[in-house]
Design a protein around this ligand. Structure first.
Ligand code: FES
Ligand code: FES
Length: 175
């Protein structure tokens, strides 16, 4: 794309203005390098450059939680993190927890408790629930509400999701 400058006599090529950079970090336990721009979100870099499609794009303003990933172990919304901020970090998505015993129990509990309908919120919801149960294996219903308060589901209502997380907690730490 190009246009004339303010004086109307010099053609400006916007493509020439695009700055790209390399970001190196660990994604799901593997070292990766991605070509990105300073203003690309971590969400877009994960989805478009690294084909990590479990990370969903919803509000893109940090409100819905669909894009939640673990950054150095903490659940964060990747749409409001800039891609270069991932440099040197450990990013974990659902793909990286596929064989994790806690995540396997959580997935099964979500299925058995009917906590999934369209599934759009589910990866982010599972990531937040995983972080909650990892740090607090015996949560109260109130703990679960606080743990997933950044994740919005438009389909199920939250009752079944809360039940699913509590059910998973019982499977993991039955006493
Ligand atoms: S897409 Fe990131 S919080 Fe909604
Ligand atoms: S299952 Fe559809 S938004 Fe949660």
């Amino acid at each position: 794309m190009s246009c004339l400058d303010e004086a109307g006599d010099k053609r400006v090529h916007w493509e020439d203005e695009v700055i790209t950079m390399k970001v190196r970090f660990e994604l799901n336990g593997k070292k990766v390098e991605a070509e990105t721009t300073p203003y690309t979100s971590l969400l877009d870099m994960l989805r478009e450059e690294l084909d990590t499609k479990s990370v969903k794009k919803g509000c893109e303003s940090g409100e819905c939680g669909a894009c939640t990933v673990l950054v150095d172990g903490l659940p964060m919304t990747s749409c409001i993190i800039l891609a270069p901020q991932a440099e040197g970090r450990h990013i974990t998505t659902i793909e990286g927890l596929e064989h994790n015993p806690l995540m396997i129990d959580l997935r099964q509990s979500f299925i058995e408790n009917g906590a999934i309908q369209c599934g759009f919120c589910t990866p982010g919801m599972l990531i937040s629930s995983y972080a909650l149960l990892r740090d607090n294996p015996h949560p109260t219903p109130e703990d679960v509400k606080i743990g997933i308060e950044g994740n919005i589901c438009r389909c199920t209502g939250f009752t079944k999701i809360i039940e699913a997380v509590l059910d998973a907690a019982e499977r993991i730490a039955p006493e």
